[in-house]
Design a protein around this ligand. Structure first.
Ligand code: NAG
Ligand code: NAG
Ligand code: NAG
Length: 347
């Protein structure tokens, strides 16, 4: 009930400065740690269990995200601050992507891709586009984005128990018009994450969280062919032993922003020099994903989680599951690509 209610959003401002030297005694290598200023989205006590897949629609000035375990898709209108929720009771909802020339949305529910009609109720709201990872009933779509041609890239994740995910059970697929047959692009993977394309669309950046690596492929935009897999950065080499790289986005300078799950931070990576150049530490550990939002695309949205959190950790990090907006990063994003599906409104 609580999650279905239309909730008005209050923006409360917490201004927090982190003292870099405090961290540099602990981790001498963290020279790139930056001060941050951020806001927290503070609802009427609405917290997200596992907020993920934040995405900004520049045409409508709306921010979307999902709350995976509660099976909700959220939308926030940036001008009116009106926040609404669409509940789906089909299983985990991991991904939301806007659809070109349509008010419908692509959603990843369990291991299926649907078009979601916000105005419709019950089963009629969902139209099946494709089922992937068939024969693996406990796999879910963990990450998904559209590329410059409007293809949908869907990465799956194997069965999860607590914070552990079964090894090598998943894959990365792409789906495109007119049949949306899922084509295997990469297999096996453990936890597909962090998809984004270079500004010139000739490189695809990718994360299989289990590898702890941010990787790159040569990308042929016309065909969707990927090749020449290589490592951009291994976060283990920076001493992040517990952290795994999760969601990723790119800024207007072509640099990558990656949420480090269990490390409570966002790093900015230069893919050319293959180094971390900035790091922003948040007051929670479970940072899941990032995207640029706002009419100027200069707000960095960071989603977080309280899934599997212990009561102890929650009392130390009460903002777990909140959504943060980072300001003053000195850069901004670029508009995302939408999913191409002709006549989506009539499907
Ligand atoms: C939120 O929760 C706190 C503590 O549980 C309570 O004091 C407060 O009244 C609640 N606020 C709203 C708007 O429900
Ligand atoms: C495209 O961008 C990538 C990443 O910035 C760069 O490595 C590559 O050389 C560029 N390719 C072309 C053809 O400009
Ligand atoms: C057929 C149609 O309406 N195409 C439009 C879809 O949206 C893009 C921009 O998002 C337009 O450029 C197309 O003309």
């Amino acid at each position: 009930m609580l999650y279905r209610a239309i909730t008005v959003l209050f923006l409360s401002t917490f201004y927090i400065k982190f003292v870099s030297c405090k961290f540099s005694t602990l981790y001498p290598e963290e020279k790139y740690l930056r001060d941050i200023s951020y806001n927290v989205f503070a609802y009427t006590n609405l917290t997200f269990t596992h907020a993920e897949s934040p995405v900004w629609d520049s045409e409508t000035n709306k921010l979307y995200w999902v709350d995976v375990l509660n099976q909700d898709v959220h939308v926030l209108d940036y001008f009116t601050w009106r926040h609404t929720t669409k509940h789906i009771s089909y299983g985990e909802v991991n991904v939301v992507v806007p659809v070109m020339n349509s008010s419908r949305l692509l959603v990843g529910v369990r291991a299926e891709v649907y078009l979601l009609d916000w105005q419709k109720h019950g089963d009629a709201a969902l139209r099946l586009v494709a089922a992937i990872d068939q024969g693996k009933p406990d796999n879910v779509i963990n990450e998904g984005k559209a590329d410059a041609m409007g293809r949908f890239w869907a990465g799956t994740k194997g069965p999860q128990r607590g914070d552990k995910v079964a090894q090598d059970e998943a894959a990365l697929y792409s789906l495109e018009q007119p049949w949306y047959t899922a084509r295997v692009k990469l297999k096996p993977v453990t936890i597909s994450n962090g998809l984004v394309w270079a500004l010139n669309d000739s490189v695809m950046y990718y994360i299989d969280s289990e590898t702890r690596k941010i990787e790159a492929f040569d990308f042929e935009v016309k065909t969707g062919h990927i090749s020449n897999r290589r490592t951009i950065l291994n976060i283990k080499e920076y001493g992040y032993n517990k952290a795994i790289p999760d969601g990723m986005t790119i800024d207007k300078d072509g640099l990558l922003w990656v949420a480090l799950m269990f490390e409570g931070s966002v790093i900015r990576i230069d893919p050319e020099s293959r180094t971390i150049i900035e790091k922003y530490k948040l007051p929670v550990s479970r940072t899941t994903s990032v995207t640029w939002a706002g009419p100027q695309l200069n707000h960095l949205i960071v989603t977080t989680s309280r899934r599997n959190i212990s009561p102890d950790e929650l009392s130390r990090e009460p903002l777990s599951g909140a959504i943060f907006i980072l300001h003053q990063t000195g850069t901004r994003g670029v508009p995302i690509y939408k999913f191409a599906f002709d006549n989506a409104d009539c499907y």
